[in-house]
Design a protein around this ligand. Structure first.
Ligand SMILES: [Zn+2]
Length: 317
């Protein structure tokens, strides 16, 4: 009898907790509202709540588990470029609809809607600026704009930026994030791969440094071209990097792929990526790499250095 009563009491306690969870406490309701207002941010990886202002100060990297939240192009530029040194290039280059393509809606409508919603013209921002006082040409892709897909404008803007960098003898950094080529522009978007690669080759022939930074996700035509052509290739932790999607490869191979397939860590292990750098260290790392690759000052020509070295080894003998 006592046992029965006890269990009834326990049951009602469970019910009370269950109901409370269902209805949500006033506190959790307030929390939900504050998340919706953008005051708080819930980490999609570990679920920890952090104050959005603190998260932004930590470059949108979760302080608890190190998850790298997606960052838009403006925020990236703010994170990397010294204040008041950013000079955007080709801001008015606008996409057109040469194939009059239509899926669920016409491409031209889709472009207009996305442009109005995001205040962006297309999926990349390019410009010249300084990173810890060193001049660079920087391209930043924006995944919000049609999945960071590469159409004619992305290709043309990056090409023009690389050409400027070659002329001015600036290093190039491109922050990559892309779902691949923009299918609505058909072959014209595929051509961009060759165009950008050719511009990069001229940049390389001039003995200049190019560093792509692969962020989550970098896939398709971007991986198949400029994302993999760097002198040094940097990736953000846990970024998905690949060409075709996992499902397509599994179906073709009829084999289950390992869990860490197409992650930055797996690519590093197999030599496709040179280093994985946390976003909080990215600016300092890029600045250091660029400083190391600066040409020698013209006042110390290589010949003088060579003579000095010969002299120093002569004294040792
Ligand atoms: Zn987290």
């Amino acid at each position: 009898m006592a046992n029965n009563e006890e269990s009834r009491g326990l049951k009602s306690l469970f019910d009370w907790f269950a109901n409370r969870r269902k209805s949500g406490s006033p506190n959790s309701e307030r929390q939900e509202r504050e998340i919706a207002d953008g005051l708080w941010h819930k980490c999609p990886k570990c679920g920890v709540l952090s104050y959005t202002k603190d998260l932004k100060a930590n470059q949108m990297v979760c302080g608890d588990c190190g998850h790298h939240n997606r960052v838009d192009s403006d925020e990236r530029i703010r994170q990397l470029i010294d204040a008041n040194t950013w000079n955007p290039l080709d801001e008015n280059l606008r996409p057109t609809d040469p194939l009059q393509f239509r899926d669920r809606k016409p491409y031209s409508d889709r472009l207009k809607e996305t442009q109005e919603k995001l205040g962006l013209v297309d999926a990349v921002k390019t410009g010249l600026g300084q990173i810890n006082t060193l001049p660079i040409a920087l391209g930043v892709m924006d995944f919000r704009f049609m999945g960071g897909s590469m159409g004619s404008v992305v290709g043309e803007k990056l090409t023009r930026m690389i050409e400027q960098a070659t002329q001015r003898r600036y290093p190039v950094v491109i922050i990559c994030t892309s779902g691949g080529a923009r299918m609505q522009e058909g072959m014209l978007s595929l051509m961009q791969m060759a165009k950008i690669s050719a511009a990069l080759q001229r940049h390389r022939d001039s003995k200049l440094l190019y560093i792509p930074v692969l962020t989550n996700p970098t896939t398709g035509g971007v991986t198949a071209s400029f994302a993999m052509l760097g002198d040094l290739i940097i990736a953000e932790p846990k970024a998905t990097i690949g060409f075709a999607g996992r499902r397509v490869i599994e179906q073709t191979l009829r084999e289950k792929l390992p869990e860490d397939f197409q992650t930055a860590e797996d690519l590093l292990k197999h030599g496709f990526v040179d280093d994985i750098v946390s976003r909080t260290q990215l600016k300092a790392t890029l600045a250091q790499l660029i400083a190391l690759h600066q040409p020698l000052p013209t006042t110390t020509p290589n010949m003088v250095l060579w003579e000095t070295m010969k002299l120093s080894s002569a004294t040792v003998e």
